[in-house]
Design a protein around this ligand. Structure first.
Ligand SMILES: Nc1ncnc2c1ncn2[C@@H]1O[C@H](COP(=O)(O)OP(=O)(O)O)[C@@H](O)[C@H]1O
Ligand SMILES: [Mg+2]
Length: 226
């Protein structure tokens, strides 16, 4: 589905991603594990079109996304939950959730229907809907950021270190949300980055290792039975 070929990304004159080759298929849950500074966020931002690419190609099936802006990638139903959440504090939680779909010019009916599905996946959001985005704890913000990514992310979902700093109860809620998502949207490709592999438990069916901007093909591990 999404294929990255020989991707190189520089930031501030430093080579950050080096010759990344990777293929993300439908119905997969892929973990990308690497220590801080390895390039996980830069890789997700490159897929999302939030950072410039020096060379290489990012294809979604036969569509070349490499130089397309982020909103186009959202229109192709790629959702992104950044590491630092970025929930708008001057809007309610519900407005935060609806915003990416409004930006995509979806109809009121489409957005209502999608919101209902998202609330099934992440029911913890329901009681927070009318609250201000400023009134959320860090963990609640992560749940809302997941919901917001899901509003448009019906094909591919990019989650940047969702488990970092989550209390055990919220971690469990988050994991259960991902399990419900697997059932409700079996074709979705879920990509999760993490620096601590232990936080991922049994979620991924493939785990890739990223080190100094390279993905080591030898280090890819598959869950047993997949
Ligand atoms: N905007 C930026 N300008 C310059 N260097 C950056 C920028 N963002 C990240 N980096 C550098 O790129 C490397 C990879 O960062 P990042 O992708 O955030 O790694 P990770 O998410 O795995 O912690 C780090 O060495 C970091 O210092
Ligand atoms: Mg990061």
């Amino acid at each position: 589905m999404l294929t990255i070929t020989d991707l190189n990304v520089d930031l501030a004159g430093n080579q950050i991603l080096r010759n990344i080759n990777a293929s993300f298929g439908a119905a997969q849950t892929i973990a990308i594990v690497g220590r801080n500074g390895a390039g996980k966020t830069t890789l997700l931002r490159s897929i999302m079109g939030l950072t410039g690419v020096k060379s290489g190609v990012i294809m979604l099936n036969d569509i070349d996304l490499t130089r397309r802006p982020a909103h186009i990638r959202a229109a192709y139903n790629i959702g992104y939950s950044p590491e630092d959440r970025v929930i708008f504090p001057t809007m309610t939680v519900e407005e935060n959730l609806r915003l990416p779909c409004i930006t995509q010019k979806q109809s009121r009916k489409e957005i209502d229907e999608r919101l209902a599905v998202v609330l099934k996946v992440v029911p913890q959001i329901e009681p927070m809907l009318k609250r201000s985005g400023a009134a959320l704890s860090g963990g609640q913000g992560k749940m809302v950021a997941l919901g917001r990514a899901l509003m448009v992310g019906t094909r591919m979902l990019l989650l940047d270190e969702p488990f970092q700093g989550l209390a055990p109860k919220l971690s469990m809620d988050y994991t259960q949300a991902l399990s419900r998502l697997r059932v409700l949207q079996p074709e979705l490709c879920i990509v999760i980055t993490e620096s601590n592999i232990k936080l991922l438990g049994n979620i991924p069916d493939q785990t890739w290792t990223i080190e100094r901007g390279s993905i080591d093909a030898q280090a890819i591990t598959m869950k047993e039975g997949v």
